[in-house]
Design a protein around this ligand. Structure first.
Ligand code: P6P
Length: 336
């Protein structure tokens, strides 16, 4: 084991963080521990997907009209089950489900959760990294039955957010407003151990991540920005690299650690881009800002976007502060 990996389990880290908030009753802590448990179960299924026939399609499609991979269903079922039995939620919404899921079992808690059970699922059969994304908000009317509008809150109201990435190892990265911390699953012990304390995104990075196949459909400002990255950086003379995995959790994890910019711009056919606000852009924006980065929709912070529907899409530009500021200067200059 690496010398800098502390034998701090995610449970211990969550409890240590809770001590900083004397008024806390431990409900958010327990919810985060439930997420960690669900992540272990999903990791077990993902790691053996190729062996137990859960690869391939279910033959059905989800509310997005996308082919549902069996692992998508498994991950969604695990999370719905764990959240339903937590006794902490009033409602939840999933990328896989058309409507929000009011919590019908146990008590109606004071939190709601939006989640993408397995983002990047189109890459499952190619064994490319995939992941779960979650966003925790307070229930505006504690004790009542949760409804869609209780989930449709702007991102600045999040109390916690995070992702699980199933790559060369399984990691859980989360923030409850006290910095961003990464934990690596030790499958032999079945524990997430603190491996990346207090993740800070570099102020500037030299990796940009975007699907350039849509280049001609982007706005002039985005095209001019991307074209500017094909020359050595004007200030430092450094060259950029393009890295695009096509699985947002993987592209985001690399951006959080190495810096740079991840972009999913709007285009002529998709005026709001492809990524979803509530359970993709908003939690990632929360994490990125907590790590010292920036996340915008081309006009304002992602965290300030007022949701109008559960599955709404949003233009998504996120990463190192300087890279995003530079992008915005091109958008202001060329996209009136
Ligand atoms: P494109 C995966 O399907 C996903 O939702 C994100 O994880 C990823 O960033 C994006 O779509 C890739 O989309 O259009 O580049 O294939």
């Amino acid at each position: 084991m690496r010398a800098d990996v502390q034998l701090t389990t995610i449970e211990r880290h969550i409890m240590e963080t809770q001590k900083k908030y004397p008024e806390a009753r431990g409900h958010l802590s327990k919810l985060l521990m439930d997420v960690a448990f669900a992540a272990k179960v999903i990791s077990r299924d993902v790691r053996k997907a190729g062996l137990v026939g859960v690869l391939g399609l279910t033959g059905e499609s989800n509310v997005q009209g996308e082919q549902v991979q069996k692992l998508d269903e498994l991950a969604n079922d695990v999370l719905v089950n764990v959240f339903n039995n937590s006794g902490l939620l009033a409602a939840m919404a999933s990328e896989e489900l058309a409507a929000s899921v009011p919590v019908t079992k146990l008590t109606l808690g004071e939190y709601v959760v939006n989640f993408d059970p397995l983002d990047g699922s189109s890459n499952i059969d190619a064994n490319i990294s995939i992941g779960t994304i979650f966003s925790v908000l307070r229930m505006p009317r504690p004790g009542d039955q949760g409804k869609d509008e209780d989930l449709m809150q702007p991102g600045y109201r999040q109390v916690a957010a995070g992702y699980v990435i199933h790559g060369s190892s399984t990691m859980l990265v989360y923030s409850s407003g006290d910095g961003v911390h990464g934990f690596t699953l030790d499958p032999g012990v079945g524990e997430f151990l603190l491996s990346h304390p207090d993740i800070r995104i570099p102020d500037k990075g030299y990796i940009y991540s975007v699907n350039e196949a849509y280049y001609d459909a982007w706005s002039e400002g985005v095209r001019q920005y991307i074209s500017s990255l094909k020359k050595p950086d004007a200030q430092t003379g450094k060259r950029y690299s393009l890295r695009y995995i096509g699985s947002m959790v993987a592209d985001m994890h690399r951006t959080m650690l190495y810096g740079g910019a991840f972009l999913y711009p709007p285009d002529k056919t998709n005026p709001n881009g492809k990524l979803r606000l509530l359970y993709e852009a908003s939690p990632m924006a929360f994490l990125c800002e907590q790590a010292g980065g920036a996340a915008v929709d081309g006009r304002r912070r992602i965290l300030e976007v007022e949701p109008t529907s559960l599955h709404q899409r949003v233009p998504f530009f996120i990463g190192s502060k300087q890279n995003i500021e530079e992008l915005m200067s091109f958008i202001r200059k060329y996209d009136k």
